[in-house]
Each structure stands twice: as C-alpha cells, then as structure tokens.
Write a protein that binds this ligand. Structure first.
Ligand code: HEM
Length: 535
C-alpha cells in the first residue's frame, strides 16, 4: 500500500521488514469488499463455464495481465539501494549546491545496471555498468546519471540509437552480444572510430567488475558549477569506491554468469544486510571556465575524452554510504526515473552534444515506460522538499490539487510571483553566434591518442587481459572484413596490441593509417586499488 510505505515527507522508507502490506485478517477486492473465496471462479455449476459477472475473477486476472511495464530500452537490468550522502564542505567555493555543505546529510537512491542485457540477463557480462544516483536534496532532486567508464562511445546523441542497435541482440536471432560481441558491434565501432576509446575500456578488466562495490563511477560529461558569488568553473564528477577498483577474471565472469546470474545484485544486498555498507567518495575534477572550454588541450565538451587525474586531481567533496536495500523491487528499482536535467541550484549543463541529447531522451522514454506525465509522483521519484509545480491532471494523477488558479502570479489563490533569488539560476553563458551546421568541431577529430594512452598505462597483466578480450570477442565475428577493419583500428592504437590480436585471429598485421601523437601513460588509469584518505 503506497501510503504505508512512504514517510510524511514522501521519502521511501527502504527495506522495512515490519511492513506486512495486505496481510490483514480479511482479503478484499480492490474496492474493499471482503471476500470469502479467492481460489474458485464463479461458474455455472462445478463443471460449467466461468460467468462473465465474476468481478473478483476479472479484477484479479486483469490486474495480473497488466503487471509488466516495458523494460528500459537500455540499462534494463539493474539493482538499487538506498543510502546517505554527507558533504565535506570542500566544494562550497565552487558551487552553491547546499547538499555539498560540510556535514550536510542527504538521502540517496542508487541504481547500478548493465547496459545491453534484458531485465533477466546475467550480471557478470562484459559491458559498461550504469551508476545512477538520485540525491533527494532540500533544494530539489539532483540526478547524477553516470557509468563506470569515464568516456562514451559517441560524441553526438543523434548516434545513440545506432550504437545501441549495433550492440543489442542481433535482430534476426536475438542472440545477445554483451557476452560474446558479434558482427554489428564491431562493425559500428570500427566504422565510428570515436568509439575506440570506450571499447578498449570495455575490453579491459573494467568491463567485468568484481562487484558494484568495487566500481568507480563517472558523470562523463563536463558540467558547469556556480558559487554564491556568481563565479563559475567547469567540472567532472567521479565516484571513488572505498574498497578500491577490482575486476573478475574472464573465466570467473563466465562461470559466475552460469552458476549465479545474480552475482552482483546478491553481493550488493548481502553486503548491505550484513552491515558491510558500500562506500564511495564523490570527487570533482575542476577546470577554469574559459571561452574555449578546453583544459591541457583537451576539449571538455568531447565525451570520448578524459582529463588525466595527474593533470586535474580529483578533489573529494563528500561521502556516499549505501545502507538499505529496497523494500520492493518494482516500486523502487524498476520505477525510479533519472534525468540529467534534475539539477539543484549551483550545477548546470554544458553544450556537450551527447549531454544535450540526453536531456531530451530520458523524459521522452519515461513517458512511455512509466505510463504518462505524472511519474514524479511515484514514491521513489518524489522530491524530499515541497513541490509546487502547477502541473495538473494527466494519466495516473494522484494529487488532489485544491484552488482554482494553477498559474503564478494570480490574484485568486494567493499566488506569489514565480521568481526568487534562491532558485535555480540558468548560468548566463554566452551562446556562440554561429551558423546552423550538422558537424563536429575539429577538436573532436582525434580518436586514437587517448586510447593509446590508456593502453600504455596498463600493467603487463592488464595488457594481456585486453589482448585476450579483443581476440576472443573478435573471433565471434562471422565477417572477415569487420575483423580486419577493427584490427586496422588497433594498428592505429598500438603496434604490440595490434600484432598480438591479429596473430591470435590469424590475420595479417596492418600498418597504422594515422600518425601517433606522443602520449605519456597516466598512473591513475592503471590503479587497481582505491586511495581512501583517513576519515
Ligand atoms: C538509461 C547512463 C548516454 C538514453 C541510462 C542509465 C544510465 C545511463 C546509468 C540507467 C538509469 C537507471 O538506472 O534507471 C548514460 C551515460 C551516458 C548515456 C553515462 C553517456 C555519457 C545516453 C544517450 C542517450 C541515452 C546519448 C540518448 C540520446 C538513455 C535512455 C535510458 C538510459 C533512454 C533509459 C531511461 C529510463 O528508461 O528510465 N543511461 N547514458 N543515454 N539512457 Fe543513458
């Protein structure tokens, strides 16, 4: 029963084992009429047909028939948990966002996920992992909708349907690719070479995490922060796991997906229920807000690029502790709706073309997935602060709005002017005077140097795992031309990587078609244990 599971502020109570919803003395219909029998339908005699007038039968079966909602088009398989975020106060000179203030506690809900598999797929497949956090702040909900990999496959959201179509099960056989990537995935990433950076992270040990508790999280995009004085900086969000970063070996992952397809969600819930609460620190990489929006020559609007941590250290700004498992999977983990536009005052978006497209996509899909425009009223999605949105009516409206004047200002219901100086401020950034075009900036053109930097940053055993992963996955392709095209991409990353994979596949070793840019290994990238400063 929704009212029993929700605190007066709308905050979900988490896994409350004392809740015995609908275990009262009597079973009733949805209208509250007591029932004597729920095991026999009303029939024309013991051997006769069921009567249409059996309302209880029809109500029970009809509701069951409609229990399923569409699974997410991506990130369908997930596991959620409640927790608390505590600010350190170290970001107050960067952003006015109140939840980062020293000692401030904010309730959160986190949903971890794989990207490509269906709701019932295995946890330990080679794939990117989602790491989405809903902060129920006093100033409105903040959603940090990130992944465990700091870069994305594509630079422009218009290609999202294409990369997902290429990565999802083959349309003809419905054989999933996450486990053993086949032709369409490799076709896409070898033709859209900006995907090579994300792909090498997938082929590395980061593609098969040991546990959700041992994953980093990344907001990927660059955001813009504004402080009380109106000063702005550009920033990237990072989650650092207290347990450090650990992965499964490929054989372990294969065995786990057969023996225990729920390996990661079981690990998460067992840890929380035994009191070993998973912890992360939230960190920021901070860059000056210059008109070029670059740092150390890296375009901060290009989501296929990182900024190495030795160039911009991650500044720790708060701590997340997950301490409660959901009470009900459907109500919470399935119905939660994240969105990049859910921002509190002090945090704003940038013009990263991937981020801009995401701002459209999530609401659009949730309108279908959650059955209309009122999904913010579902308990897990309700803000933990007063809501006065003047939104009215629509499918699944649960609020009974009083008054007659749902607009502001008004002179009938005592409505005040709609502006306050404490509300969300759209940072008044200059929008370039430019010409309408369908093209990327030239600074997005380098698709290989950071991939090479990632490769050079790996330890020998990590390199061996990467070679094995490319060789194994590419061997699953039926089309020789696709394998060869991807091996050509590897030649543009590193000669050793290319030679080893090509030999494993029995293919000739091609020469690079791009000039190598001089890059230094990044020590932060090969770090397999987390740094966790003393409390
Ligand atoms: C879902 C991350 C790019 C469309 C998700 C989820 C995560 C995520 C974590 C799962 C949320 C949950 O647990 O409910 C990311 C990251 C991206 C990215 C880090 C790139 C940096 C995109 C792009 C699009 C997109 C470019 C479309 C243009 C979607 C959609 C969902 C989703 C439609 C399902 C949402 C729902 O049904 O509630 N994404 N995503 N994503 N993403 Fe993304």
């Amino acid at each position: 029963d929704a009212p029993e599971t929700v605190t007066p502020t709308g905050a979900p109570t988490g896994a409350d084992k004392t809740l015995k919803s609908q275990q009262g003395e009597f079973l009733t219909t949805a209208q509250g009429a007591r029932l004597r029998d729920t095991d026999h339908s009303l029939k024309a005699g013991p051997r006769g047909p069921i009567l249409l007038q059996d309302h209880h039968f029809r109500e029970k079966i009809t509701h069951f028939d409609h229990e399923r909602i569409p699974e997410r088009v991506v990130h369908a398989r997930g596991a959620g948990a409640h927790g608390v975020f505590t600010g350190y106060g170290t970001a107050t000179d960067l952003t006015r966002a109140g939840f980062l203030a020293k000692g401030k506690e904010t309730q959160v809900f986190v949903r971890f996920s794989t990207v490509l598999g269906s709701r019932g797929s295995a946890d330990t497949v080679r794939d990117t992992r989602g790491f989405a956090t809903k902060f129920y702040t006093d100033e409105g909900t903040f959603d940090l909708v990130g992944n465990n990999i700091p870069v994305f496959f594509i630079q422009d959201a218009i290609k999202f349907p294409d990369i997902i179509h290429a990565g999802k099960p083959h349309p003809d056989r419905e054989i999933p690719q996450a486990q053993s990537a086949h032709d369409t995935f490799w076709d896409f990433v070898s033709l859209h070479t900006e995907a090579q950076h994300h792909t090498i992270w997938n082929m590395s040990d980061r593609g098969i995490p040991r546990s959700y508790r041992t994953m980093e999280g990344f907001g990927v995009h660059t955001f813009r922060l504004i402080n009380e004085a109106g000063e702005t900086v550009l920033a990237k969000f990072h989650w650092k796991p207290k347990l450090g970063v650990h992965s499964l070996d490929w054989e372990e992952a294969q065995i786990a997906s057969g023996v225990d397809p729920d390996f990661h969600r079981r690990d998460l819930y067992d840890a929380i229920e035994s009191g070993a609460f998973p912890e992360w620190e939230l960190g920021l990489q901070v860059f000056p807000d210059t008109p070029e929006e670059t740092f150390a020559g890296i375009d901060l609007l290009d989501p296929t690029k990182i900024v190495p941590e030795e160039l911009a250290p991650v500044q720790r700004v708060g701590k997340l502790v997950l301490n409660r498992v959901p009470t009900n999977y459907f109500a919470e983990t399935e119905q939660v709706a994240f969105h990049l536009g859910h921002l509190p005052p002090g945090i704003d978006v940038t013009n990263d073309p991937l981020l801009q497209g995401r701002l459209f996509s999530y609401v659009d899909t949730q309108l279908t997935r959650l059955g209309g425009p009122n999904y913010s009223q579902i308990p897990i999605n309700r803000p933990h602060c007063p809501v006065n949105d003047m939104l009215r009516d629509g499918f699944h409206q649960h609020a009974v709005h009083g008054g007659v004047a749902p607009y502001r200002p008004n002179s009938l219901d005592g409505g005040n002017p709609s502006t306050t100086d404490t509300g969300f401020l759209d940072i008044p950034v200059r929008v370039a005077e430019s010409t309408k075009v369908r093209e990327n900036p030239v600074s997005f053109d380098d698709h290989y140097s950071q991939v090479r930097q990632f490769w050079l940053s790996m330890s020998p055993v990590e390199k061996e795992h990467i070679i094995r992963a490319y060789t194994f996955e590419l061997a699953k392709c039926y089309e020789q031309a696709i394998k060869e095209r991807q091996v050509q991409c590897l030649a543009n990353i590193d000669p050793v990587l290319c030679e080893q994979v090509a030999t494993g596949l029995g293919l000739p070793v091609p020469s690079p078609t791009v000039e190598f840019v001089e890059v230094e290994p990044s020590p932060a990238l090969s770090q397999v244990t987390g740094e966790w400063p003393a409390d």
